[in-house]
Design a protein around this ligand. Structure first.
Ligand code: FES
Length: 436
């Protein structure tokens, strides 16, 4: 169940930390966000080090669908209503800047970068798309309306973002990473002030960036209340009709499409982690109906951190921790928003103004209906008496028969059948033998 990306590239290796270290900036986490932060700091001439508990790109980064786009689903009419035209325009602007940075960087890296239009479509809700289109016009984004698409079903409309892109994320990150100061197999156990404690050594830093997908410190920032995780599935089909762009359904658990060489990547089957959803079976059934001659070459699943308001948390980890920074909550759009995070955090480290700091502020208001949903889910699963308990905050785990894992519905930690940690925010393995 490995992704097309991890099966088709070998990433560079890095030695583990073998001594105590002092650095100006420590980055914890070697996924796309951490690596792009390290790259931005290196370009700025900063003193930095990145530590990764396992191998770089070994977590959710290897499981993306790798769409580089400011088209993030039908979110902009909601964002406009909540935050107004200025901040909505800035969100789009920040992601367009990220797209341009990829275009520049990918020019010198062999990473299958291809320009493609990105579409959000609907099969049933033309009114929703019309509201979204109006919102985009209001903030001045050059989106275009499309009546038809190359999808294998009819739609009631689609909105096109011209000249976006897709690529092979691990070819790109492998090339970027090889010149960076990285220590693999170096797990940070805890932070004591501005000292990171690993199994054998300590790292003292003036600034620390937490880029661990879901932030692992519970003491600050309340991320366990203001984020949840969402799981979705991908199959790569051989011998299926290609599509002429990158597509996502405006409905939350609809299908997504893009090509990768001769393969068609079909995504969907999503659900909140720890709950049930269509999974690969939904995708296989669709493929059987629409592409009867196709064969599945790869299948994988991914996990996304979802914020209360569709906007990532990038900046100070909490108002009381000025030197502890964070990048998380990218939803399904980790390619561009990781690049945005690198830009914002590199400026924050250097004390430079950045036009997007306010927009992504992690301590912005949490007054949002999703907060009550997250709290309600956590309460129910904290009180549920059966099943092994999650070592993060003690919720009852659910058995995921498709992926043979123990999944936590509260904040999305996952464990293998034997209890080994797969996805955070838990930081320890599951003890399946302790009394429950
Ligand atoms: Fe928080 Fe399980 S992930 S309690």
């Amino acid at each position: 169940m490995a992704s097309i990306w991890s099966e088709t590239v070998s990433l560079p290796r890095f030695a583990a930390l073998d001594r105590d270290l002092k650095t100006d900036v420590l980055i914890i986490g070697g996924g796309i966000a951490g690596l792009l932060c390290a790259h931005a700091l290196r370009e700025a001439g900063a003193d930095y080090a990145l530590v990764e508990a396992d191998r770089i790109c070994g977590g959710v980064t290897k499981n993306t669908t790798a769409k580089i786009t400011s088209q993030h689903g039908a979110i902009f009419h909601r964002m406009l209503r909540r935050y107004g035209a200025d901040l909505t325009g800035r969100y789009l602007g920040a992601n367009e800047v990220a797209l341009r940075k990829y275009r520049d960087l990918c020019g010198s890296v062999d990473c299958d970068f291809e320009e493609r239009d990105a579409y959000v479509y609907s099969r049933t809700d033309r009114d929703l798309l019309a509201r979204e289109y109006e919102a985009l016009k209001k903030v001045g984004y050059p989106a275009e309306w499309a009546e038809t698409t190359s999808l294998p079903f009819s739609v009631v409309g689609a909105i096109r973002f011209p000249r976006q892109a897709q690529f092979h994320p691990l070819k790109f990150l492998g090339a970027i990473a090889k010149d960076l100061r990285v220590f693999e197999e170096t797990k940070v156990r805890e932070l004591r002030g501005m000292t990171a404690v690993t199994e054998r050594f300590e790292i003292r830093a003036k600034k620390i960036i937490v880029a661990t997908h879901f932030p692992f410190l519970n003491k600050h920032g309340l991320y366990f209340l203001k984020m949840h995780q969402h799981r979705s599935y991908v199959i790569a089909l051989e011998n299926a009709d290609p599509v002429d762009g990158m597509y996502i359904d405006a409905a939350q658990n609809g299908l997504s499409f893009r090509t990768a060489g001769d393969l068609l990547l079909l995504g969907g089957g999503g659900h909140r982690t720890g709950k049930t959803g269509g999974g690969w079976r939904e995708l296989e059934a669709f493929a059987k109906r629409k592409y009867p001659n196709a064969a599945i070459s790869y299948r994988w699943a991914t996990q996304d951190c979802v914020t209360l308001d569709d906007i990532p948390y990038i900046g100070r980890y909490s108002p009381t921790t000025p030197d502890l920074l964070v990048a998380t909550g990218f939803g399904k759009w980790g390619m561009t928003t990781a690049m945005v995070a690198a830009d914002v955090l590199a400026d924050l480290v250097a004390g430079r103004e950045n036009p997007y700091t306010k927009l992504f502020l992690p301590s912005r208001s949490v007054l949002h209906p999703q907060l009550a949903i997250n709290a309600g889910e956590a309460t129910v699963d904290l009180l549920r008496p059966t099943a092994p308990r999650c070592p993060h905050l003690g919720c009852a785990l659910r058995w995921n028969a498709d992926e043979r894992s123990w999944d936590c519905p509260c904040h999305g930690s996952r464990f293998s059948e034997d209890g080994n940690l797969i996805d955070n925010p838990a930081t320890a393995d599951l003890d399946l033998h302790s009394p429950r």
